[in-house]
Design a protein around this ligand. Structure first.
Ligand code: PLP
Length: 390
């Protein structure tokens, strides 16, 4: 029996067979069980924001599990309270927080807030190719048809508009619209940033009708684009902000911030979950936020991101169509649908990348990535592309 056989026997067939069994990581490097090293260029889908085995994260979680690991929402802990305060401080807007365990849960909570606020009859607007999660509420808002349609119907009226098109958004949002769900840059669609001004337009459109603007920063948040939250580049105020992925640096956590009046939509008993605000994940998230702040990792992400982006843009290769994105969050565009082959070729060369779309590779490395590491990837990329299909 190989591990592949064990894997197939053990797990539901919803996941593709992984190409590697990883054992450990250190900084931006991971090792598989055979001892091969790889430079991790996507950090577990933009999650391991400090890299692997970061001393601050290890110390915080180790100390916390030695004190108390779980208390339930019936009680609270200092890390939970401190984390909520820190998130609101970084947002720079008055707000109140709800903690869950994942991205999709954060969007479920946001969806319930919208329903409570607007009542049962209004519709929602989301974007084509958008991604908000896999549970039924978040899935109903997910614009990727291949993911959403097999599980329809959802019993909610969600209308999809093309992303980046402010006119289409304006036409879709009437007085009968409860909320607009938007990613500040579409992540799963292949790291697709909207034109400047799109989020500002979305804010104005929602203000005209009273629709809530829900910004899903589950992938874009926590420093990845060079600001704490990507919407801060445009100075746009969300009514509801959802966070997860990079917040816990690898420890599962989801968060919702209700901004201003939206912070008081939920009344006593309206929502909750057993693990929400768990002190282990709260300690992890505090360590992430404090390290990003102390080490200047947002400026660093901008610098290293530009180095990667400029380096890749300067390459000439028949498979390379360009690069887009901001900070340490890039889509490398290909001229053919060979992203899975690029992933395999990169792995052969000692780099882990993510084939986010058939013709796009996602780079979302730890915010701690060094110049040398970024340069080593750029230097290796032509040979990686040469290796495709060979
Ligand atoms: C990953 C992601 C989600 C879902 O998060 P999970 O933790 O996988 O449930 C939702 N929205 C966006 C923008 C994401 O990138």
């Amino acid at each position: 029996m190989t591990w592949q056989d064990d894997f197939k026997a053990a797990f539901m067939p919803n996941r593709p067979l992984p190409p590697l069994v990883l054992e450990r990581g250190e900084g931006r490097t991971v090792w598989d069980v055979e001892g091969n090293a790889y430079l991790d260029m996507f950090a577990g889908i933009a999650v391991s924001s400090l890299g692997h085995n970061h001393p601050a994260l290890v110390a915080a979680v180790t100390a916390q599990i030695g004190k108390i690991a779980h208390v339930s929402p019936l009680l609270t802990t200092e890390p939970e309270i401190r984390l909520a305060g820190k998130l609101v401080e970084l947002l720079g807007l008055p707000g109140k927080v709800y903690f869950g365990n994942s991205g999709t849960e954060a969007n479920e909570a946001a969806f319930k807030m919208v329903r409570k606020h607007a009542g049962p009859d209004k519709y929602l607007v989301a974007t084509e190719n958008g991604f908000h999660g896999r549970t039924m509420g978040a899935l109903s808002l997910t614009g990727k048809k291949a993911i959403r349609e097999p599980f329809a119907p959802y019993g909610v009226d969600v209308r999809f508009v093309p992303y980046s098109d402010a006119d289409a958004l304006k036409a879709a949002v009437t007085d009968e619209c409860a909320a607009v769900f938007l990613e500040p840059t579409q992540g799963e669609a292949g790291v697709v940033p909207p034109p400047d001004g799109y989020l500002t337009a979305a804010r104005a459109i929602c203000d005209e009708t009273g629709a809530l603007l829900v910004l899903d920063e589950i992938q874009s948040g926590v420093g990845r684009t060079g600001r704490w939250f990507a919407h801060q580049h445009e100075g746009v105020r969300p009514d509801i902000l959802t966070l997860a992925k990079g917040l816990g640096g690898g420890v599962p956590i989801g968060a919702v911030v209700g901004v201003g009046a939206a912070g008081d939509i939920f009344a006593l008993g309206d929502h909750g979950c057993t693990f929400g605000g768990n002190p282990l994940s709260a300690s992890a998230a505090l360590a992430v936020l404090e390290t990003v702040e102390r080490d200047g990792l947002m400026d660093h992400a901008v610098k290293i991101g530009a180095r990667l982006s400029d380096g890749i843009s300067a390459l000439r290769h028949p498979l390379l169509a360009g690069v887009r994105g901001r900070g340490l969050w890039l889509g490398v565009l290909l001229t053919a649908p060979v992203a899975a082959d690029v992933r395999d070729s990169a792995q052969e060369a000692g780099f882990l990348v993510n084939n986010v779309q058939p013709d796009a590779v996602r780079l979302a490395p730890a915010l701690t990535m060094t110049e040398d590491e970024a340069d080593s990837f750029v230097a290796a990329l032509p040979a990686i592309l040469d290796g495709v299909g060979s």
